[in-house]
Design a protein around this ligand. Structure first.
Ligand code: AP5
Ligand code: MG
Length: 226
């Protein structure tokens, strides 16, 4: 893998509701590398009412992207943490061409490079169903779905007993804006990775375990060619 070392630098991409968070939580255990989710980082900052959280919230609540320079600042620091030495899974980054180009430069400066970009492909109707029924734990960030994956006790997280809430950006009008922003700003990045033969398009429908198996199969192919 990356640079001959046993390292896996992986990006998980896909539209809102594609299952990036769900799959990266499973993959992080399986591959033993940390997952970095900018969305999750922002929600934590919002919860703490930090200046970064307040700035991010202004954009997130409208379904818009947080400015590139904010993302770069966060990642610059996060990628250098010791837990990223064996690799990482990026969930929700990059989302714009400038972020993608910046990430390549930042990794090169650290003497590493991307191994694989997984694109989860899910039809829009399914995304809307998934997002409108999602519930998220306020304490640990675990995700549920009121129909597809309900908690044992309504409104309470199975893992930590935290309160489950509906994300502010999971209301229907905001979901529509997020899908538009994704199509306009993020989808063009696929061509950038496809041209470098880094892109794996994976069917993101069906059971979580089946989707995980599809992703792991693509990761193993990369490992075999390392
Ligand atoms: P972020 O938190 O990353 O949101 P997103 O990309 O819109 O994606 P989601 O988290 O909504 O969906 P997901 O793909 O993780 O799906 P999940 O696994 O939860 O970003 C939020 C905001 O932060 C952005 O809008 C932006 O403002 C800002 N931001 C973040 N990163 C940024 C960046 N790099 N640049 C600029 N701004 C940035 O699954 C969804 C639901 O489906 C769940 O309920 C789940 O239980 C269910 N589900 C999952 N898998 C299945 C399955 N196989 N079958 C049935 N249901 C399933
Ligand atoms: Mg997510």
């Amino acid at each position: 893998m990356g640079d001959g070392a046993e390292r896996l630098d992986l990006i998980l991409m896909g539209p809102p509701g594609a299952g990036k968070g769900t799959q990266s939580a499973m993959l992080t255990e399986r591959l033993r590398v940390p997952c970095i989710s900018t969305g999750h980082i922002f929600r934590e900052e919002v919860r703490r009412k930090s200046p970064l959280g307040l700035e991010a919230k202004r954009h997130m609540d409208k379904g818009e992207l947080v400015p590139d320079d904010v993302i770069m600042r966060i990642l610059e620091e996060r990628l250098q943490q010791p837990d990223c030495a064996p690799g990482f899974i990026l969930d929700g980054v990059p989302r714009t061409m400038p972020q993608a180009e910046w990430l390549d430069r930042a990794l090169a400066a650290l003497g590493r490079h991307l191994d694989l970009v997984v694109r989860l492909v899910v039809p829009d109707e399914e995304l809307i169903k998934r997002l409108s029924g999602r519930r998220t734990c306020r304490e640990c960030g675990a995700m549920y779905h009121i129909i597809f994956d309900p908690p044992t006790n309504e409104g309470i997280c199975n893992r930590c007993n935290g309160d489950l809430y509906q994300r502010d950006d999971d209301h229907e009008d905001i979901i529509a804006s997020r899908l538009e922003v994704y199509a306009r700003e993020t989808a063009p990045i696929f061509q950038y990775y496809r041209a470098r033969d880094l892109l794996a398009e994976v069917d993101g429908t069906g059971s979580r375990d089946d989707i995980l198996a599809r992703i792991v199969e693509r990761v193993e192919r990369v490992e075999q060619h390392a």
